[in-house]
Write a protein that binds this ligand. Structure first.
Ligand code: AMP
Length: 475
């Protein structure tokens, strides 16, 4: 199938050609003709599949005829985060460059005055986050009675973030006779229920089974110690792999994003941080620096990074195992986009066994296990159930060996068990333990590790942390 066969106008085709796209992606092939026909669409598509163009391209042609009236947008696209909304707006500009369509972006954190002025002039396309939209609606600055096309993007994320009540309210303000396009990376029952409520006889499109990781991403799980600063040492080891050119590093909590970012910066790694507590201009500037390659490592939270189109990300690191398995899919979907290959590493401590088992069960296969510096010799991790059993057995069998190893580690660290238990409190004032830190190396170190007796999830101290290394520079 070619773009010409999808029924798009010559103007849109010319913009697509200028964007450098040769052939439509599967979601575009399937969705565009139905959107052009005016049908409702329920699209289940994983990230990086070209989903945005699948609705923006036909919308541009549909909106081409007709005129916008003051404060009455003709179409509305709801996005869960400001970054995604901005990204969709950029797509509209790119694909709609041969059409005189007007667009407004309503997102929190930026001045209302400019947004209101745009609305007053009349807009064809309104791209908004639910909160800011309801805010303006409440002030009487916007009317949705003439909005004939509604796009609800990243619906599962809207649900996770607690936006669905707002979305339901907004949908209630729109005319009943409208076209609705509903997209979600995953299709849990609650999303299905909402789709049934919002859509009318939709064309269902699924370009990959729900909750499937992109095939272009190679995944690995790395055994990590529970103590945060030791875990950060494992991460740094991974980050020093030669092929890490641009990486996203996910933490589960905003607070930990800041801690990890500061730690990486202290160790001379070119990092920046991105999370929801940062001011919008700072978030935008950080993203730009990352996209421009000024900073190589972006430590982020799920909310800030969801759905971002960052084509050059070579690696995704899950510093924390996400509690929600679907977040794992979203996170690793930040790499391996548009057919490129990517690598995803996840640091798992013994406390993460349950969450890891849930992810593996959702994937339907175990994630490969690897040791830092030996990623190409990755071996298959055992199934979650045997993992637990093996870990139990190993705990009994290896207690003595582990205790002696731990004692060695403590002796090297100069810290005892007591300080280990208070690891998190130490985190912000971290100083590298002797023997764990090195300056960036010119060649990756291979650590000839014996195959662990049990699993990736015991509380053993990884051998590479115990290796004798040159005296580090001051942290
Ligand atoms: P999305 O899933 O919408 O975030 O798109 C992911 C990436 O794929 C973006 O960088 C798009 O610019 C790119 N893209 C979208 N459609 C195509 C296409 N037909 N051919 C090549 N790249 C595309």
């Amino acid at each position: 199938m070619t773009f010409e066969e999808l029924g798009l106008s010559p103007e849109v085709l010319s913009a697509v050609q200028d964007a450098g796209y040769q052939t439509p992606t599967p979601i575009q092939t399937q969705a565009v003709p139905y959107v052009l026909m005016g049908r409702d669409v329920l699209g289940c598509a994983q990230t990086g599949t070209g989903k945005t163009a699948s609705f923006t391209l036909p919308m541009i042609d549909i909106l081409h005829s007709g005129r916008a009236r003051a404060r009455m947008p003709r179409s509305l696209i709801l996005e869960p985060t400001r970054e995604l909304a901005t990204q969709v707006a950029e797509n509209f500009e790119k694909y709609g460059k041969n059409h005189p369509l007007s667009m407004a972006l309503l997102i929190g954190g930026v001045s209302l005055v400019e947004q209101e002025k745009r609305l007053d002039r009349g807009v064809d396309v309104l791209i908004a986050t639910p909160g800011r939209l309801l805010d303006l609606f409440g002030r009487g600055r916007i009317l949705l009675a003439d909005t004939k096309i509604l796009v609800i993007d990243e619906s599962d994320r809207m649900l996770d973030m607690g936006f669905m009540p707002d979305v339901e309210r907004i949908v209630g303000l729109l005319p009943r006779s409208r076209q609705t396009l509903f997209f979600s990376a995953t299709m849990p029952p609650e999303i299905r229920r909402l789709a049934d409520k919002f859509l009318s006889s939709p064309k269902e499109i699924s370009v990959s089974p729900p909750a499937t990781a992109a095939e272009t991403v190679s995944q690995a799980v790395v055994s990590a110690p529970s103590l945060p600063k030791d875990k950060r040492a494992v991460l740094r080891e991974l980050l020093r792999q030669d092929d890490v050119t641009s990486a996203l590093i996910f933490c589960n909590r905003k607070r930990d994003v800041g801690i990890l970012y500061r730690s990486l910066a202290r160790h001379g790694l070119p990092a920046a941080e991105l999370h929801g507590d940062l001011a919008q201009p700072v978030r935008e500037q950080t993203l730009k620096r990352f996209k421009d390659g000024e900073v190589k490592l972006l430590v982020c939270s799920d909310v800030a990074a969801r759905g971002l189109d960052l084509p050059k990300v070579s690696h995704v690191f899950n510093f924390d195992v996400p509690g929600n398995p679907e977040d794992y899919i979203h996170r690793i979907g930040r790499t391996g986009r548009a057919g490129r290959s990517g690598q995803a590493f996840m640091l798992a401590t013994r406390d993460d066994r349950k969450a890891l088992a849930a992810i593996q069960s959702m994937l339907g296969h175990p994630i490969k296990k690897c040791t830092p510096g030996e990623s190409e010799t990755a071996q298959d991790a055992p199934d979650p159930a045997p993992v637990e059993e093996a870990a139990r057995e190993s705990r009994t069998r290896d207690t003595k060996a582990r205790e002696s190893k731990a004692r060695t580690g403590e002796a090297r660290n100069g810290k005892g068990r007591r300080s280990r238990r208070h690891g998190e409190a130490e985190a912000t004032g971290e100083k590298s333990p002797p023997g764990t830190e090195r300056p960036a190396r010119s060649e990756p170190t291979r650590s000839p590790q014996p195959k662990p007796a049990a699993t990736a999830f015991g509380d053993h101290v990884p051998a590479f942390l115990l290796r004798q290394t040159p005296v580090p520079p001051a942290a």
